[in-house]
Design a protein around this ligand. Structure first.
Ligand SMILES: NC(=O)c1ccc[n+]([C@@H]2O[C@H](COP(=O)([O-])OP(=O)(O)OC[C@H]3O[C@@H](n4cnc5c(N)ncnc54)[C@H](O)[C@@H]3O)[C@@H](O)[C@H]2O)c1
Ligand SMILES: O=P(O)(O)OC[C@@H](O)[C@@H](O)[C@H](O)[C@H](O)CO
Length: 478
């Protein structure tokens, strides 16, 4: 089979106008796929330099194919199977700043560069106050970006027209504003002067965005079949659903440099991204996160199996209809249409979305993706949402680390893993529930309120004694 590289395939030369922090599945199947489309349609003429934001990553693998890789999209549209195989050729260069910091900073002098995009996970946009020595590669993503922007400012003597469009895609509230806030704070910590901070905030244009596409990543089970079909070997295949939505806060500079809404894809520049963010994170990510411990402990491995299972499916529908939807301020018909489309996307027969991949960092995800619904529900109805409490109880048992005789490959922050391990040294369900609910350092609030502990303890007891599925049936009143 042919090797995938620029000698054998595409070798389009385009100026490198985009610096991308992150080389993960999502950016490659979403942002780079959109940039490819914009290039193909002549809307932009831009390639990407990929900056690996952590010491371990896929830059070497991507570079080994000269940046070429294939995005495989599969889904159902109007009852018909839709599938595409798109070769992506926009990744023009790769930098690992840990190995070649000088090359990374050299890009700051580029006349072509206009845009920075990123997806460094929810953990990436965080202030690291120890990022103070920019003679070596900074540890955090904001540290790297600040070092880069300072080098650009110095090189171009603070020229206003050398600022960049900064477009983060991390799933945190107002990612653009948050990144800007952290950059300013870090600049102050580093003692940078007012002139630089003025340039940072006025010549550079930050926008907040909301991204949506389910991207399970490398299709292990189908990779050989796909390579045979396309006729070349591709170690960087990435699979996703056909659905995509990118909502960007309106920002004239960003719109001018990245007219991503101009190629007919599902890209929107909106005055306010809040309603899009709320409904997406609460309904889609919230039900993903809530279903993981319930479904996995019930013996299920994938999202599709979970939502099509009679018990877990009923649980997810109950959560979405009774607890999530009432907390979102959108017209009922719009909300129903969105919720139904999410459930259909979960049922996509061509996507194998492993629950264990969603389980990564479940502790933080419970806080960011379910607690906003928990709080809004309590404000509205004056009581706790039962499905979320049942999911919480299941999460506690999930972190006990066993599914039957099998060990669960728990992946979370070290401090959280320690917390859960400590919790299970106890065997009194009420003590376990109380300790778990009152961990304010994790949840940023005390969840041991209003009878929650008794309820969660009861669910934990049922799960331990009856097993998850029987406990779930009991919860559902079956
Ligand atoms: N995969 C999806 O379906 C999907 C869809 C929408 C949004 N997202 C979001 O995109 C993010 C990445 O998902 P993915 O599927 O590309 O994952 P991935 O594991 O393929 O890539 C993760 C990327 O984040 C970087 N990273 C990880 N921790 C970091 C840190 N602390 N600081 C800086 N960089 C860090 C890694 O180097 C890598 O580039 C997730 O947080 C997710 O919320 C994913
Ligand atoms: O990617 P994660 O691990 O942050 O979250 C898992 C899923 O909820 C997420 O990837 C969704 O599939 C995605 O957000 C859909 O747009």
């Amino acid at each position: 089979m042919k090797e995938l590289n620029r000698a054998n395939f595409e070798n389009k030369k385009r100026p490198i106008k985009v610096m991308q922090f992150g080389e993960g599945n999502f950016l490659r199947a979403f942002v780079d796929w959109i940039l490819q489309d914009l290039n193909n349609k002549g809307v932009i003429n831009a390639n990407v330099v990929v900056v690996q934001p952590t010491p371990m990553g896929r830059n070497k693998e991507l570079a080994s194919q000269d940046g070429l890789y294939t995005v495989c999209l599969e889904g159902i549209d109007k009852g018909e199977k839709v599938q595409s195989r798109q070769m992506i050729d926009v990744l023009g260069d790769f930098v690992c700043p840990y190995d070649d910091y000088a090359k990374f900073l050299e890009y700051a002098k580029s006349e072509d560069l206009e845009i920075v995009v990123s997806n460094t996970t929810e953990a990436g946009i965080a202030l690291d106050t120890t990022d103070t020595d920019f003679t070596v590669c900074p540890k955090s993503y904001p540290g790297k970006l600040l070092a880069f922007l300072k080098a650009r400012y110095d090189h171009f003597n603070g020229a206003e027209d050398k600022g960049l469009a900064i477009v983060p895609c991390e799933l945190i509230d107002y990612n653009g504003r948050e990144l800007k806030r952290i950059l300013v704070e870090l600049a102050e910590i580093n003692g940078y002067d007012k002139e630089f901070i003025g340039w940072l905030t006025s010549a550079n244009h930050f926008t907040s965005t909301l991204v949506d596409r389910i991207v399970p990543g490398y299709p292990k089970d189908k990779a050989e079949e796909i390579c045979n079909e396309v006729g070349y070997n591709d170690i960087n295949l990435v699979k996703g659903e056909v659905f995509h939505l990118w909502v960007l806060e309106k920002e004239p500079f960003v719109q001018a440099k990245l007219p991503a809404d101009k190629s007919g894809l599902n890209v929107i520049f909106a005055d306010d991204i809040t309603p899009y963010k709320q409904r997406k994170v609460k309904i889609l990510n919230g039900s993903h996160t809530a279903m993981v411990p319930v479904a996995y402990l019930s013996g299920i491995d994938t999202v599709r199996e979970a939502v099509t299972d009679s018990d877990v499916g009923k649980f997810v529908m109950g959560l979405v209809n009774d607890e999530v939807k009432p907390t979102i301020d959108l017209p009922a018909d719009e909300m129903d249409a969105f919720a139904n489309s999410v459930i259909e996307r979960f049922m996509n027969p061509f996507i194998r979305h492993e629950l264990m991949s969603i389980a990564l960092n479940s502790t933080t995800k419970f806080r960011t993706r379910l607690l906003p619904t928990y709080n809004d529900y309590r404000k509205k109805f004056g009581k706790s949402p039962e499905h979320i409490l049942f999911s919480f109880a299941s999460l506690c048992v999930f972190f006990k680390g066993k599914r039957g005789d099998e060990d669960i490959a728990l992946k979370d922050d070290e401090e959280y893993l320690k917390f859960w391990a400590e919790l299970w040294k106890d065997d009194d369900c009420i003590e376990i529930a109380k300790k778990a609910l009152s961990a304010e350092n994790i949840w940023q609030q005390n969840l041991d309120e209003d009878g929650n502990a008794e309820k969660v303890a009861g669910y934990i007891k049922d799960i331990l004694e009856l097993g998850e599925r029987a406990a779930l049936k009991k919860f559902l009143g079956e």
